[in-house]
Structures are given as C-alpha cells and as structure tokens.
Design a protein around this ligand. Structure first.
Ligand code: PMP
Length: 451
C-alpha cells in the first residue's frame, strides 16, 4: 500500500468520520493512523509498519488476532440464523448455549446472564436492574448507586454517570440523579505519605461513610472495577478488597463488579472477582467475551437477585442486539479456545509472571516513578522527580505514546501513566520485544523532556 492510499484514507477520516474520544481538530491536522490488518499480537498500518499491540485492541483481543475458528463460527451462524431476538418469549440456540457456557465459568451461584451489545449497555442494564430489584423487594427508596472517582463504566449517560471521569461529567451535564462517588484506591497518585495498606483501608472506609451519609435505606449498590483499567491500571493495595468485603457484609446493598476488562482471563483467573476472592451480585462483562471479534456484552447475575427479578413482572429493558446469534456463536468459540488451549493456565503459570518480571525491570529508568502490574496488565508512572513524585509540565505521556507508535508498539497514555494490556496469548519472545521497545520509547521521551 502506498503513501497516496494513506492520504486518501486520512482525508476520508477528515471529511466523514467522527471517531470516539478524539480531539477532532488535532486529529485532522495530523491524520489518523490507518490500521489495515492484524495477526497474533501484531497490527499492520497502511504504510506497512508492523506494530506490537500492547493494548489488545481496547483491552479486548484476548485470544489474539486472526483466529479462523471465529471467522468460521460467524459464517456458519450467519448462514443458519443471522438474526433473531430474545424479546417476546422467543430464544435461539447460540444465546442459550452461551448463557450456559458463561454460567459454567462464572462464580458459584451466578448462573444467569442478560445480554447486551457493549460494556456501556451492560452498565446501563445494571442501573436499571438494581433499581428494579429493590422496587420489587418493596424498597423503592433504595436508588442510590455508589461508584468511584476515576472509575470507568462506559460512555452512555448511565455508564458515564456511574464512572467517575469528571471531564466526561462536565462535558455532558452529568451526573444523572442517584449516583454518588468515593475516592479510588490509587496509592501512587493520592496516597501521600501513607503506606499502601493504610491508604487502602482509608479509601475503603469511605464506602461505609458514604453509606451512612446517604442512609443505608437509600443505597442500592456499590459499583467498582476489580482493577481500574481506563483510569490507569490502578491496582488496589492488598488491604482494599478485604476491607470493602467487610463493609459490604454489614449493609444490605448489592455489589456490582465491573468485569468488562478483568473478565475472561486478564488476571489469569476467569474474572477479577475470582482473583480477589470477591463475591459480587452482578458482573457487567463485554470485551474479552468475544475477544473483540464482534460487539457483545452482558450482565452475569447472582441467583438470589434473579429470584427477586422473577417476582418483578416485566423488566422493561433490552436491546435489539441482546444475545445476537452471530456474536453469541463467536463468543462460544472464543470461550472454547480459551478453555481448550489452556490459555488462562498458561497466563497464570508462565507468561504473566514473565511479563511482570520483565516489566518491573523498567523501574530503574530515570523517568519511571513506579512500575506496577498484575496478570496481563501493567502501568508505568512517568515523573520528573522519583523522590517527590513531581510530574513533568505538559503532556509527557502523549509524547511517550507517540514514540511507541513510531517504534512499533501500542502503549496507551492515561495522563502520564503508560499502560499495557496485551493479548493473553503473547509469548515470552514477544514480551521481550514489548519491554525492549518500551525502554527505547522511555529513552526517547526522556530526551524530549530534557529538551
Ligand atoms: N466498563 C469498563 C470497566 C470498561 O473498561 C469499559 C470500556 N473500556 C466499559 C465499561 C465500556 O465498555 P464499551 O466501550 O464496550 O461500552
């Protein structure tokens, strides 16, 4: 493919496309990078550059690119039944088989799934479902959902309100009513002089304070990602989840674990909740469910919640594409591959320990204030001063991201936090390449910072 093709496509982007989360003027001035194909853990752009995808697309391509089995599954299903819905007392086999397969890997006692088309729709579903649950239980005043600042639960109106991204709220006149937030367990950024566990306890205790402030009789649920992804791969201190569990046990509120990123193997377990030993009542899922090959999400629901919903009359909620048969067939095939190829076992025993060991070697770099990671997730905090954690003026993270892309690596920047979430199938040699390229890009960023 030639330079002129690239310019042609960049012009189409300028003239016709409004891409998500983009500064349009800035993008138009620069021109989009056109991705043309992918295989395994690699992408290729229209100029022929090979790029190691350290983000698995958007945290979703868990089994890697180019799996023909998923193509076949989609084609087979399209020939047989390309579309039908689950409304009005009908069902179809792909959705039924998939619900059964998900129940088989979900935590014990979570045997039901409501299907959606995305993670955002899953969180809208959660909001509707928990409020309907409490109304059905005769406690309609229990409406408030407590989320966390800098949490991410999607871009729809409910998803963005449940999330704690202030810039999103300000741009859209959110929050919707009945949503409260507490602080995040971000020790490096907000822990000051506290030791991590002390800080973990302190922010967890905010949940109890918020429940008491709002009134237990008004709180419907607490929502949190096991590990915050979009917020910057924020791994809570060890003390955090045990303290949250202790608080949740004292109050009659539901617990929603947003598994959109952590689900389907990211931590080496099926769900982040398994990794931490948490027992949520609802788990929004998406992304790794289909490894991103087709859009699909869902909410896995605890049986005791379903028992109440069973008494609630019609649940006035659903999407045209809830349980889409082609997406469901692809998800089933994706789950089969994850299981039969022992991908989680390999992540847990081999590749994630290797990634975490190699990733932590970057701690000696002059720009890196903290290295953290867990499973197939990692973050680097870029700072000017390692002692004081002072940041650079200007957007150094974006510079680093640019250097990465120019040198064949997708690494994402959340402010000055560089993050990775590679496909679960990445091997040791590819991990070496990822870390070598990351170091090179840190060097280039350091050179810019000095200049
Ligand atoms: N929840 C979490 C934890 C996410 O990371 C995301 C997407 N990054 C969403 C929800 C929203 O998912 P989607 O973009 O599919 O709507």
């Amino acid at each position: 493919m030639s330079e002129s093709n690239t310019l042609h496509w960049q012009n189409l982007s300028r003239e016709h496309l409004l891409p998500p989360f983009s500064d349009y003027r800035e993008l138009n001035a620069k021109g989009a990078r056109i991705i043309t194909r992918a295989s395994g853990v690699y992408l290729w752009d229209s100029k022929g550059n090979r790029i190691l995808d350290g983000m698995a697309g958007l945290w979703c391509v868990n089994i890697g690119y180019g799996r023909e089995e998923l193509v076949e599954a989609a084609a087979r299903q399209m020939r047989e039944l390309p579309y039908y819905n689950l409304f009005f007392q009908t069902a179809h086999t792909p959705a039924l088989e998939l619900a059964n397969a998900i129940a088989g890997i979900a935590p014990i006692g979570m045997d039901h799934v409501f299907f959606t088309g995305s993670g955002s729709e899953s969180n809208d579903t959660v909001l509707r479902m928990v409020r309907h649950y409490w109304m059905t239980k005769g406690q309609p005043q229990k409406q408030v959902i407590i989320g966390r600042w800098n949490g991410y639960h999607g871009s729809t109106v409910a998803g963005a309100s449940l999330g704690g991204m202030k810039a999103m709220h300000e741009q859209a006149g959110l929050l919707i009513s009945g949503i409260e937030h507490i602080d995040q367990p971000y020790w490096y950024g907000e822990g000051d002089d506290l030791d991590p566990d002390e800080f973990g306890i302190r922010v967890a205790e905010q949940l109890e304070q918020k429940i008491l402030e709002v009134g237990e009789d008004k709180v419907a649920a607490f929502i949190a990602e096991p590990i915050q992804g979009a917020g910057g791969v924020i791994i809570p201190p060890d003390s955090y989840w045990p303290k949250i569990r202790e608080i949740l046990a004292r109050y009659d509120i539901l617990f929603i674990a947003d598994e959109v990123i952590c689900g389907f193997g990211r931590t080496g377990e099926w769900f982040g909740s398994d990794y931490y030993g948490n027992a949520p009542d609802l788990m929004p899922i998406a992304k790794g469910l289909t490894s991103g090959y087709l859009p699909m999400g869902g909410v896995i629901v605890r049986d005791k919640v379903v028992q109440v919903l069973n008494e609630g009359g019609e649940f006035y909620h659903g999407f045209t594409y809830s349980g889409h048969p082609v997406a469901a067939a692809v998800a089933l095939e994706n789950l089969r591959i994850l299981k039969e190829e022992n991908i989680l076992e390999r992540v847990k025993a081999k590749t994630s320990p290797y990634l975490q060991k190699r990733w932590r070697e970057l701690a000696d770099h002059p720009l890196v204030g903290e290295v953290r990671g867990l499973g197939m997730l990692g973050a680097l905090e870029l700072v000017k001063d390692k002692q004081t954690r002072e940041r650079f003026p200007g957007a150094i993270g974006m510079r680093c991201r640019e250097h990465c892309l120019d040198n064949g690596l997708v690494m994402r920047a959340v402010g000055d936090t560089m993050i990775i979430s590679p496909p679960l199938v990445i091997n040791e040699e590819e991990i070496d390449e990822l870390v070598t390229k990351a170091r090179l890009c840190l060097d280039l960023t350091a050179r810019d910072a000095r200049a």
